[in-house]
Design a protein around this ligand. Structure first.
Ligand code: MSP
Length: 496
């Protein structure tokens, strides 16, 4: 039976440069995608940019460019980041693309035919930063709670989506875990939110916003950004025009998002899906925020980390490994270069790097770099535990725990070296035992490299060459007569 997974990141507002938060979501999702590939899944990975809305329109005007020309410039920053992060094959959605716009219009029409939109005069407070309407009671000192700026008063006619009609069903689906929100405590927060929500606005009159997808049955309006943006998870599969990929991947879709946009993904989007007559996304993972010294990154504090500069300094492997080693599942965590360096020294240089050097060097010194035994019984249990534990954590979005299991396996192999002392076996002339020990170690580091390959995407290409492997395959083992190549240090000292 084929196994499928569709993992998505949010689509980002392209204003300004991407920051470490965007990089974090993308790296983390990529690690999970690659891990599923290792377990034999066929995957689809999507990310992209959310290009419509007031902010883009305003910025484009102040830069004396059309909104399209403006986003065409900005999108390069995101392509550049994804390239530097060494993301695996993915689809990149741009909401200004013709193909997306056409399908969003089809989606709009389906919801409209289901009688779930109505036009209403609306007066409300609108925050351009978060592209959302804010309740007066949610303001903090008159400011939008997320963006810290005062919202503007709007009085206009909007299409509304009949969210109220779907709230009882969504509540039930979350309670029954048919919509599975991780970490679980966030599901409780969502259930709480449901009590306070009503129908929401899904369009803006063209007189106040031009830069959006035109409402197909009312040319005076454009879609309000969230309906356009959330639909990307469907349009990227060709829905509703081409159902082939949809049928394959939609039952296996998982949205990876930041906790800040949970309401939209766990309530608004499921309601849209129900209106379309399709199942809502079955798994949603809301991760925490990357902080700097315990504080949110913000331009005004001046503590925004540029992921591109950090990657250029340390390389994508070190950033991918250290950020995901450090960030707790679902809650906020700090990023600092000092911590990155500590992780480099202890986990990469000392635990993993030394192990590879010792094993490969000893195998050349004592066994001509050759596998001389295929009795891998002594590491069998540890291998099986690694394989089953990582998969369990993968299904629960526990990227940090996956990382810990991999490091534990590496520590286990280091201990095996110390306990079995191949150099002493060689001195004693106990060659049968030496062959078994070194073969177990080589097979051990082969298996370790397999599990590192979704994280250290570049360094494991070097490991692959050293270990003489065609690919990283969990189902294979070394055979007697296989040979490894020589090694030079995998993780040299960092230069500052
Ligand atoms: N465009 C909407 C999302 C639409 S999805 C259908 C949006 N864009 S955003 O540019 O503001 O980025 C949102 C996402 O960026 C967050 O949910 C989160 O994934 C990521 N992050 C933004 N700041 C972050 C941190 N400081 N730390 C971690 N992730 C953060 O909202």
């Amino acid at each position: 039976m084929s196994k499928y997974k569709f993992l998505s990141t949010p689509i980002y507002y392209p204003n300004g440069k991407p920051h470490m938060g965007h990089a974090f979501t993308n790296m983390q999702t990529d690690i999970m995608v690659r891990m599923y590939n290792l377990y034999g899944y066929e995957t689809l990975f999507s990310t992209g940019v959310d290009e419509h809305g007031t902010k883009v329109q305003q910025k484009a005007e102040s830069n004396k460019l059309s909104p399209q020309a403006w986003v065409d410039q900005l999108v390069d920053n995101f392509y550049g980041l994804n390239n530097l992060l060494d993301l695996s094959e993915h689809r990149f959605v741009r909401t200004s693309d013709e193909s997306h716009q056409k399908l969003v219009k089809d989606i709009w029409m389906k919801i409209s035919e289901n009688d779930d939109f109505y036009l209403k005069d609306y007066e409300g407070l609108y925050c351009v930063g978060s592209e959302s309407f804010i309740k007066e009671s949610d303001l903090i000192d008159g400011n939008c709670p997320g963006f810290g700026v005062p919202p503007v008063k709007m009085n206009e006619s909007n299409y509304f989506f009949k969210l109220s009609k779907y709230l009882p069903k969504i509540k039930e689906m979350i309670e029954k875990k048919e919509i599975n929100i991780q970490p679980e405590y966030r599901a409780k927060e969502v259930l709480n939110m449901i009590e306070h929500l009503g129908d929401f606005s899904v369009s803006r009159p063209k007189s106040s916003l031009e830069w959006g997808v035109e409402v197909p049955n009312d040319a005076d309006h454009v879609m309000y950004v969230w309906i356009d943006a959330l639909s990307n998870y469907l349009t990227v599969l060709g829905y509703p025009e081409n159902m082939h990929e949809f049928e394959k991947f939609w039952p296996n879709v998982e949205n990876i998002i930041g906790k800040d946009i949970l309401k939209f993904h766990a309530i608004y989007f499921p309601a849209m899906c129900l209106s379309l007559g399709i199942n809502p996304v079955s798994k949603i993972y809301a991760h925490g925020m990357i902080l700097v010294d315990g504080q949110k990154m913000s331009k005004s504090i001046g503590n925004v980390i540029d992921p591109i500069a950090v990657i250029e300094k340390y390389g994508s492997d070190v950033v991918r490994f250290s950020v995901n080693r450090e960030m707790p599942m679902g809650s906020d965590g700090d990023f600092s270069e000092d911590r990155l360096k500590e992780i480099y020294a202890s986990d990469l240089q000392s635990n993993i790097g030394n192990l590879f050097s010792r094993v490969v060097t000893m195998s050349h010194k004592f066994c001509d770099g050759e596998i001389k035994s295929d009795d891998f019984t002594e590491i069998k249990e540890a291998k099986e535990k690694l394989e089953s534990d990582v998969f369990k954590h993968l299904e629960n979005f526990e990227v940090r725990k996956m990382n810990e299991c991999i490091l534990e396996f590496s520590s286990f192999l280091n201990k095996y070296v110390e306990e079995n002392k191949p150099w002493a076996l060689n001195k004693e002339g106990n060659l049968d035992r030496l062959n078994v020990v070194l073969s177990n170690l080589l097979e051990g580091i082969r298996f370790l490299a397999c599990f590192l390959s979704p994280i250290l995407t570049k360094k494991t290409r070097d490991m692959q060459q050293i270990l003489n492997l065609e690919n990283f395959d969990l189902a294979l083992t070394y055979k007697v007569g296989d040979k490894v190549n020589t090694i030079s240090p995998l993780f040299p000292n960092l230069t500052d």
